[in-house]
Design a protein around this ligand. Sequence first.
Ligand SMILES: [Zn+2]
Length: 136
Amino acid sequence: MEAKYKSLTIFEFQEKFKDDEDCLKHLSNIKWAKGFKCKKCGHGKYCQGNGKYTRQCTSCNYNESPTCDTLFHKVKFSLLKAFYIVYYVSTNKKGIASGRLVVITTCALSCVFSISLTVVTVSTLFTLKPFCPFYV
Ligand SMILES: [Zn+2]
């Protein structure tokens, strides 16, 4: 990993992400940092959609959530828990045992596997730039 990417400490992480809403807000800020563009029609204007931090295209009415097209899309458990899994998997250079993540997050092992496998896969594909929403 290159030195220019610095991960949040666990204390900074816990301060920044207290609940699912903090996670949605963070994803929304990253996703639309350069502005909104509807993925269906390309229109650039939106209004509040049908969920928290969801944006609705004012041209075709398509609703897009902050998790759409991210590894957090359709996660069946708390977004905060998914964030914790991604945090631990992507910031532990020597890896972290799945059993430990089950204890930390109280998620089922299958949930831990699905998220951590995605993180490892994406990290491998982008070896020049670590994939982690918590690097600053
Ligand atoms: Zn649209």
